[in-house]
Structures are given as C-alpha cells and as structure tokens.
Design a protein around this ligand. Structure first.
Ligand code: ADP
Ligand code: MG
Length: 649
C-alpha cells in the first residue's frame, strides 16, 4: 500500500490516480439519471419566483377544469380554475422544502440520540433506546397523524410530525454503529489524550458514522416526501389555498373521473422526484462504501481475472518443484493508472523445502502469494502473464472447481493477523471442523476428533477445552497456532505463510517458527514463507528470494545470501538486522523509498537508492544472472565476497 500512499503524497497526478466520487457516481447510469432529473426539478422549483407563471392561487370559475394545452394554461386548470403549471411548480417547491427539512431534522436529531446512546452506554443508552422503541411500536403513519392532531393541522406541524416519526430509524442505525466504535482502540487513545467526551464524539466517532448517516438520509428523503404528501392529501398538511403536491393530489381526487389530469400531474411529479432521489441514493451508497472506492463499481469476483494465454508445459523447467512459478505478472488498474505490483516473478519450491520471500513493505510479496491461487481481488487486480505450475498443473488456467478444491486443501494459507482471519463468532474447534469438512467427506464427530488431534499437533495445550474457546479468548500465539492447524487440516502440499509471525512477540515468534519448521520436516510440506525480517528468514528458510518493486532481485541458499549477498539491496537489508552482542554496530537504514509501482523507472528499480549505480543500471532490462555459488542476482555491478558498501546512512 505504501506505494499508493507515496504517489498520493507526491501530489502530482492525484486526479488521475483515483476517480473522484462524482465521476464514480456518474459512472452509474441510473444514479446519473436520478441526479439529472432531480437537479432539473430543483432548479425549476428554485426559479419559480422569476418564471413567467400565473398566480397559483388566482381562481377563475369560468375557466375551470380546462384541459392541458388550452389557451394560456399549458397543463390546464383545476376545479377552481387555477393554473395547474403554476401550482405544480410552486407546490413542488413547498413539497421539496418540507421533505428535505424533515429529513435533515430527523437525521440530526436521530443521529445525535444514536451517538449519545451508543457512546455513553449503560443507563443513558437504556432510557434513550426504550423511548425510541416505544415510538417504533406505533404504526408509523398513525403516530404522525396523532402528532398532527395534537399540534393542529398545517404544513409546519406536518413537517415536525414526519421528522419525529423518522427519528428512530436514524437513532437505531447510528447507535448500533457507535456501540462498536466506542470500544475501539482509537477512541481509547483519544480518551487517554485527554479529549472531552463531546470532542471524542464529534471528532472521532462522528466521521466514522457520517457515511451511514448520508446513506440513510439519501435513501429516506424520497420516503419522507411521500409521507408529507400523504399528510397533505389527508388535509392535515398544506392548508388551502397553498399548494403542495399532496394537497393538489387531494383536490384532484374529487374530480378524478371527470378530469383525471388534475391528479395525474402532481402524481407524476411525486413519482419523478421519489424515483430520482432513490436512484441517486443508491448511487451515493455505492460511492460512499469505502470497499468500492478504489475500483469500478463492482464487487471482486471469486477468482483473479487472468489475461495471459495458457502455455504448454515447458519440459526443461523444474518438474521437480511442488511449486514452479514462471514470469508471474499481476497488475492493479486504479483509475487510469496501472500498478505493476508483480512484474515477472520466478519461484521454485521443492517438497519439504522452505523458500523465504523477503522484501520491504509494498514490494509485492503478498500479491505474489495471493496470485498463486487467484486470491487477488479482481477488479482492480489482473494477472497479465506467466504460469503457476503446481504439481504439473497450471493454476492460472485450471477450472474454478479444481481451484476451489486446491485452496485450503493442497495449498493452504497462514496470514499475518489471526484475529482478522479467524471468525470472531465461531469457536476455534468449529472453525477447524469447518476447514476439515470443506474438503473431506467425514462425519461431524470424526471431524471433531481430527480437530483435537490437529490442535495437539500444533502444540496447543488442553486441546479438548480449547476447542470451545473463541478467538478473543486465546492469546496471539495460540490464535496463530489455530490458523496453522487449519492450514494443516487437509494435508497440504504447500503452505503459504504471509508474515505469520509479524503480529507476535519474539518468544512466541520463535515457537511458531520452530513449529512450522518441525511440521515441514515431519510431513515434507513445501513452505513459501513471506517476511520483511532477515532474522526470521535465517531461522526457517533453506533458500531465500529477495523481492524489490515487484521483482526478485536475488536468490540463493539462505546462509550464502546472508553471508555474502551479491545485490547491494540485499546487503543493505542484511545490514538492517541487529546482531545480539554487538551493541556498537551501526544499523544502516536504507535511505529513500521504493519507487511507485505505477511509474517504475527504466532499468534497475533500485538504482536511485544504490551507492554503486552507474549509468548502465538505468538502461533496459537487467537480467537475472548466476553470480557465484548458487546465488543469482539481478545486478550489473554485484558485490564481491566480503565486500561492504560505503556508508549509506
Ligand atoms: P507486501 O510486499 O508488503 O506484501 P503487497 O504485495 O501487499 O506488498 O503490495 C504490493 C503493491 O501492490 C503495493 O505497492 C500496492 O500498491 C499494490 N496493491 C496491493 N493491493 C492492492 C489493491 N487492492 N489495489 C491496488 N493496489 C494494490
Ligand atoms: Mg504483505
């Protein structure tokens, strides 16, 4: 992600990076239609005083019920001879104003109640929510009628009634969200910083619920305009001679059979307004959903889209490996720019071998791992080339059913944060059972027995009781063991572990690494181990592949690479690792940042940060070449054994 952040920080091209909310909205044809119609209606309503309209209340008994297009009256006249067009425009103005104000009042009041109740909790929450429940227990329109009956008929009172009966919807929605947010760490952090409750609500909680408020608002405005019209229709809203859409409809009812256009005109207008508001509201909801922000307005498919041609197996290349990745390329299309997150990666892992994939954050490690079984969200991701050989099959081109069988079966994943990957509402045992039964036809009790055995295998103490524990009841180390047990559930040939120890403290990290190492040796499982920490790599990996800006820049046996890397980047990474017992050693930070993957330079992507870069480094493709021993590197001026870089602080 850092590359995206970098390009945003660097300022230029911001507008081309990500489509603006408006252009996303306009992409949605129906929402754009709604917006256009609504804008037109609002503009005409606003312009009512300056339009050459007849007086909406001037009666003319002689010219009553003139049909549309009759002399001087474009839409005809009503039962009192008043000009329909003029009444329609003035009435629309009133209806829109009342509907919008009622919605805003309901949104502000309801959200405030929801925020306070959710944030305060306890008795305040109880009292406020029971009052809201009471209001919700009455039939909706009856409550509005009762309120108008108490306040007396009139447009303003109808507005209050509609606003009040809609308060509970906002209050309930926002309270539910706030309860979750109020117990989050960032709110605690704000409390610790000494902010007052009011400021926390306004500056921490409110921004998080604002999208929901806007969405609820945009989807209920149409409804509220209908309700206002309903009250006016019943004679409780606008009082004669004032026109609003509801009262016009009510007046039209009396002459429905002799002059249907009198009710048809306001009816059509209500239909148009409510339809356009609802279409627009749906569009706004889609745009505000942050998960849809980065890409097109579509949900990711179950498998990454693949644009590359299937290729026949290349007999020269590693039939020996369990995993044999060739020239894998994965891109993200964000707005108009293309991020080449993985730009041609080759990997081979033999049975029982552990390959460590290392690189700075954002170098493309996770995307590589997820591309193997098509887990990159698509859109915006696409695999644009390469081959993922797994035991003789090309995973990029197997059927969906076969891929599903492999995921979690022969190829298992362990991710960084077990709290995020384990289901919070299911016990550890149930999740293990689910993982087993997803791939094996066994009875529930058999699966439970196996689950206990798996837990024992990953050295979880008291597995029988831990089966019933929820993820939040387990420590970080135990949670990660549960994830590893799930990964082992179906005897995988390959385990992809994406920074599985980053969220753990060092002692637990050491235990988890040892566990993975033991399991690999016992079962002959191949492991792709992803990390940004050379210390971890040296403990677990047989071979290491160093990744930079979407490409492998050096690979070789771990010990050799750690001792005498050929690529300056690897040297720098190795120098970043603190060594126990050498407190005086200077830890060299690598200056600069990785390039943004949507604007990769020509030649070596590391050249800008490399003290050894020469002009030839910035020209053309730098090939992967065998350097010395079993080390291969993508570097024109590699380090000789024992050579160190001049200081690069
Ligand atoms: P890491 O090496 O830290 O695991 P990743 O593989 O997650 O890095 O990301 C590599 C690059 O891919 C990042 O620089 C980011 O720009 C890009 N990327 C990852 N996921 C997405 C996404 N969903 N949409 C757009 N770009 C993405
Ligand atoms: Mg990652």
């Amino acid at each position: 992600m850092s590359a995206v952040a970098d390009t945003l920080e660097s300022g230029h091209g911001r507008s081309t990076e990500r489509p603006s909310p408006l252009s996303l909205l306009l992409n949605n044809r129906l929402a754009a239609f709604g917006l256009a119609v609504l804008t037109l209606v609002i503009l005409v309503a606003l312009a009512a005083p300056i339009l050459p309209l007849a007086d909406p209340n001037a009666t003319d008994p002689a010219g009553r019920l003139a049909g549309p297009l009759s002399n001087g009256h474009l839409l005809g006249t009503d039962a009192l001879g008043r000009d329909m067009l003029s009444r329609l425009i003035w009435g629309t103005r009133v209806s829109l104003a009342v509907g919008l104000s009622a919605s805003l009042i309901a949104a502000v009041l309801g959200s405030a109640i929801g925020l306070v109740a959710g944030y305060a909790g306890g008795r305040t929450d109880q009292i406020l929510m029971r009052v809201i429940d009471l209001m919700m227990a009455f039939p909706y329109i009856l409550l509005a009628l009762a309120i108008v009956a108490i306040l007396g008929p009139g447009l303003v009172n109808a507005l209050y009634a509609i606003a009040i009966v809609n308060v509970p919807f906002f209050a309930r929605n926002i309270r539910g969200l706030t309860v979750g947010l109020a117990r989050r760490d960032f709110v605690d952090a704000a409390r610790l910083s000494g902010k007052s409750n009011l400021r926390i609500i306004v500056s921490e909680v409110l921004p998080n619920v604002l999208p929901t408020i806007v969405i609820t608002l945009s989807t209920t405005i149409g409804w509220m305009i209908l309700e206002t019209a309903g009250l006016s229709f019943l004679g409780l809203g606008a009082q004669p001679p004032q026109a609003d859409l509801g009262s016009m409809l009510g007046e039209g009812r009396k002459v429905l059979f002799t002059a249907p256009f009198v009710s048809l005109v306001p009816g059509l207008m209500i239909f148009l307004i409510v339809l356009s508001i609802n279409l627009l509201g749906d569009g706004i909801r889609d745009v505000l959903d942050p998960r849809l922000k980065s890409g097109a307005l579509a949900r990711p498919s179950a498998r990454t889209s693949v644009d590359s041609r299937p290729r026949t197996a290349n007999p020269d290349r590693g039939g020996s490996g369990v995993l044999d990745v060739e020239n894998l390329q994965t891109e993200f299309s964000v707005g108009r720019s293309v991020h080449r997150a993985v730009g041609g990666v080759d990997l081979t892992i033999a049975a029982g071998e552990c390959l460590g994939l290392i690189g700075e954050s954002g170098s493309g490690k996770s995307v590589t791992a997820m591309s193997l079984t098509g887990l990159v969200p698509s859109p915006p991701g696409h695999i644009v080339g390469g081959r993922v050989g797994f035991e003789g099959e090309d995973l990029l081109h197997v059927s969906d059913a076969r891929l599903r069988a492999l995921r979690g079966g022969a190829i298992a994943y362990v991710f960084q944060d077990p709290l995020a990957t384990l289901h919070p509402l299911m016990t550890a045992g149930d999740q293990l059972v689910e993982a087993i039964r997803a791939h094996q036809a066994v009875t529930a009790s058999e699966a439970r027995t196996r689950a206990v055995a798996l837990m024992r295998q990953v050295r979880i103490p008291n597995p029988e009781t831990r089966m019933h524990a929820y993820p939040h009841e387990l420590s970080g180390g135990l949670r990660q063991r549960v994830s590893i047990a799930m990964a082992l559930a179906n005897d995988p040939k390959l385990i992809v572990a994406d920074e599985p120890t980053t969220a753990l403290d060092v002692t637990v990290q050491a235990q988890v690494l040892k566990l993975l190492g033991d399991l690999r040796r016992e079962r002959g499982t191949a492991v792709l181990f992803i990390t940004h920490d050379f210390g971890v790599i040296s403990e677990i990996a047989d071979r290491v592949a160093v990744m930079y800006a979407g490409r492998i820049v050096e690979t070789g046996p771990t010990a050799e690479v750690m001792a005498d890397p050929a690529h300056p980047y690897t040297r720098m990474l190795v120098d970043c690792v603190p060594v126990m017992g050498e407190p005086d050693r200077r830890l060299a930070a690598i200056r600069g940042r990785p390039p943004a993957v949507d604007r990769l330079p020509d030649g070596c992507a590391f050249a800008d940060r490399c003290p050894r870069a020469k002009t030839d480094c910035r020209r053309g493709e730098i090939p992967m070449r065998s350097k010395r021993g079993a080390i291969e590197a993508r570097c024109l001026h590699p380090l000789t054994p024992g050579e160190r870089l001049e200081t690069h602080a």
